[in-house]
Write a protein that binds this ligand. Structure first.
Ligand code: FPP
Length: 244
């Protein structure tokens, strides 16, 4: 097995393929989601063990509300169960919990549970686990524009002062560094409205593995691949000191 010589500080994951995983086993789709939740806890533990500092998981998009009502209901139930049962272990593991997305779209009982998690883990110093719920990157960008336009109207910012940094501070991810690595499971070659601004310089890694099958060995393969990438941020090889 190759050495992982370069650990990404921030890993983002599009957890895809739960439905296909269930179908292949002759199970209802919801069984795939159930198994998918188990991977969330496992991957958080492994990421922490390897020194990843930020892990951001795409759990539910704004578009996912259009899925059949029973599947949406089941996913909300799973989320509530996850929040009820996993807080203790998160606290024990020093994890800081954050949420991105329109949490006001979620049932109020879930919003309360999320607030409790955020509050109880905010003084922790370990890995930051951010979960995207009711998240849409285009919505996030439009929202940031609205907020800045309002600040301009209120005389709090001048249009000439709006830089990339100022803009980034209006995003849900204001206090997170940009992802270094984006992992997408289940083989689809797209970013599906996830972190469009923040992924500008991220390395992309797509695996055929379905999310419920994404375990330590598969995560390790992704990190090994990342280790081999030359990140140049628009510069030349000689400028970055990474010659081919
Ligand atoms: C994509 O699989 C997965 C989702 C839309 C939901 C992801 C959610 C979880 C892993 C569980 C919820 C997480 C927490 C933290 C409670 P898909 O249904 O699109 O699969 P398919 O493309 O094979 O149909």
């Amino acid at each position: 097995m190759n050495e992982i010589s370069k650990i990404p500080k921030h890993v983002a994951v599009i957890m895809d393929g739960n439905g296909r995983w269930a179908k292949r086993q002759g199970l209802p789709r919801i069984k795939g989601h159930e198994e998918g939740v188990n991977r969330v806890e496992e991957i958080t533990r492994i990421a922490d063990k390897w020194g990843v500092r930020y892990l951001t998981l795409y759990a539910f998009s704004k578009e996912n509300w259009k899925r059949p009502a029973d599947e949406v209901g089941f996913l909300m139930g799973l989320l509530a169960q996850f929040l009820d049962t996993k807080l203790k272990i998160m606290l024990e593991n020093n994890v800081i919990f954050k949420v991105i997305g329109e949490s006001s779209d979620l049932p109020s009982i879930i919003q309360k549970k999320l607030d409790t998690w955020i509050e109880k883990t905010k003084s922790n110093t370990g890995l930051t686990l951010t979960i995207a719920f009711s998240y849409s990157s285009r919505f996030e960008i439009a929202r940031a524009c609205r907020q800045l336009a309002q600040k301009a109207v209120d005389g709090k910012v001048k249009p000439s002062e709006i830089t990339e940094d100022v803009f980034a501070h209006e995003l849900y991810t204001a206090d997170l560094p940009d992802p270094d690595l984006l992992i997408r499971t289940s083989g689809e070659m797209r970013v599906s409205n996830f972190l469009l601004w923040q992924l500008s310089y991220a390395e992309l890694y797509v695996t055929e593995t379905l999310w419920p099958d994404f375990r330590e060995a598969q995560f390790r393969e992704a990190l090994e691949e990342y280790t081999k990438r030359d990140r140049r941020f628009g510069l030349t090889e000689s400028q970055t000191g990474v010659e081919a």
